[in-house]
Design a protein around this ligand. Structure first.
Ligand SMILES: Cc1ncc(COP(=O)(O)O)c(C=O)c1O
Length: 396
């Protein structure tokens, strides 16, 4: 018999499974070219050629004991040093190898960070809409998720008054995700500064440490001229969760890291505890071949212009069909207003036109839908008429 605490997760998962299964069944029935599946955040681009070359070279030429053996639970020293130096080169920071823990993707980096800081009943603030998996990660350590609503005037940014009000003595962390899943928005530095100022004041007021966990798997996927900001420059107690799942199209390789800046509260003790958290999570260490590979590919990224064109084309198609949305600034998601309050009903209507998208309710953002555009540009072009028909249903 499974634990009671797993029952709602199994139930929730059934809906997700059904949605993915729907896409497959529809493709079988109508032909893949007649189904426009915007549900999955699974990168469609191949990894850069340098990744394959590095892997082959490592397998051919490095000592197998090193490539396939255990190493420190925090990862290879050389990989951690390379990651730190790459961050320093790009952001003018001062990370060293000792500030980096290689992890099984960003998902694991977040879990390790939360395991390191949460006692049962501690609170973690998230900004709606958000990647709903955060809730499960927080619950893994008996933490409590506290949601902050979006600002009614700037729907993609948090309501700062509500945020300030909700930070209390039990607040251990705030999770910030930029570029954002599901909105495709990038937090401007003014907003990050506001969040940081509020947290710094609250730390002082309560004499506590409140971590700002910056979840950045989409850091390299940016479509306008906004500079990529390094969150740890705004706030000392920042933890950076990064992943190569999207920037190098390697989600199955499960490789990322947790960066703990030197200025963070008791950074050395934190890294020691987080390294143990990595081990006892059962991950033990990040995959060794993937670590050695990314060490050689830190300046590589997928063809971001491909996603940029997808963002523009999909934006044009849905707005021409009458729907309202903001052009994505980053990640590979377009957040669109549902023309009816019930987003699940809208998603069902879209399915009748062979368009598959995810209801905003799945991201604590009811009244909206998320469209993933990490698909071939052909899928987007082919969806034009379907969106027109869908638009006609609501706007005439
Ligand atoms: C916002 C966000 N955070 C974390 C993750 C986890 O990524 P990873 O594959 O690195 O575990 C994802 C994956 O889609 C994501 O969208």
């Amino acid at each position: 018999m499974i634990a009671h605490s797993m029952l709602p997760l199994v139930e929730g998962n059934a809906a997700v499974k059904a949605m993915f299964e729907d896409g497959r069944l529809m493709a079988e029935r109508y032909g893949a070219e007649n189904v426009y599946d915007f549900s999955l955040g699974n990168p469609n681009l191949y990894p850069p050629e340098a990744v394959k070359k590095a892997m082959i070279d490592i397998l051919n030429n490095e000592d197998p004991h090193k490539v396939h053996g255990y190493m420190s639970n925090a990862g290879f020293e050389s990989t951690r040093r390379a990651v730190a130096e790459n961050l320093n080169k790009r952001f003018n920071t001062d990370f060293g190898a000792k500030n980096i823990i290689m992890t099984v993707g960003a998902g694991s980096a977040l879990n390790i960070a939360l395991r390191t800081i949460l006692d049962p009943g501690d609170e973690v603030i998230v900004f709606a809409p958000y990647f709903l998996e955060y809730r499960n990660y927080i619950a893994n350590y008996s933490g409590i998720t506290i949601e902050v609503s979006p600002n009614p005037e700037h729907g993609f940014m948090p309501d700062m008054d509500e945020f300030a009000y909700k930070v209390n003595r039990r607040t251990r962390a705030v999770i910030l995700n930029t570029p954002n899943n599901p909105t495709g928005a990038i937090y401007p530095d003014t907003v990050i500064k506001q969040i940081s100022d509020i947290l710094a004041a609250k730390e002082k007021e309560f004499s506590t440490t409140i971590y700002l966990i910056s979840d950045e798997p989409y850091r390299e996927l940016i479509y306008d001229d906004q500079p990529v900001v390094c969150t740890s420059k705004y706030y000392d107690d920042t933890l950076i969760a990064y992943s190569f799942s999207k920037s190098l199209s390697l989600p199955g390789e499960r490789i990322g890291y947790l960066a703990v800046p030197e200025m963070a509260d008791e950074a050395d003790e934190f890294v020691e505890a987080a390294t143990i958290a990595n081990r006892i999570s059962g991950d033990v260490n990040a995959p060794s071949l993937a670590q050695l590979t990314i060490e050689r590919c830190l300046d590589e990224k997928v063809d971001v212009d491909y996603y940029k064109k997808n963002a523009e084309d999909l934006y044009n198609i849905v707005t021409e069909a009458g729907f309202s949305c903001v052009k994505p600034q980053g990640a590979f998601y377009l957040w669109m207003k549902s023309p009816i309050a019930n987003d699940a009903e809208f998603v069902a209507a879209a399915k009748e036109e062979h368009i598959i998208m995810v209801p905003g309710t799945s991201f604590a953002g009811p009244g909206n839908v998320r469209l993933s555009f990490c698909v071939s540009n052909e899928v987007i072009q082919n969806s034009r008429e379907a969106f027109k028909r869908l638009g006609k249903r609501y706007f005439g």
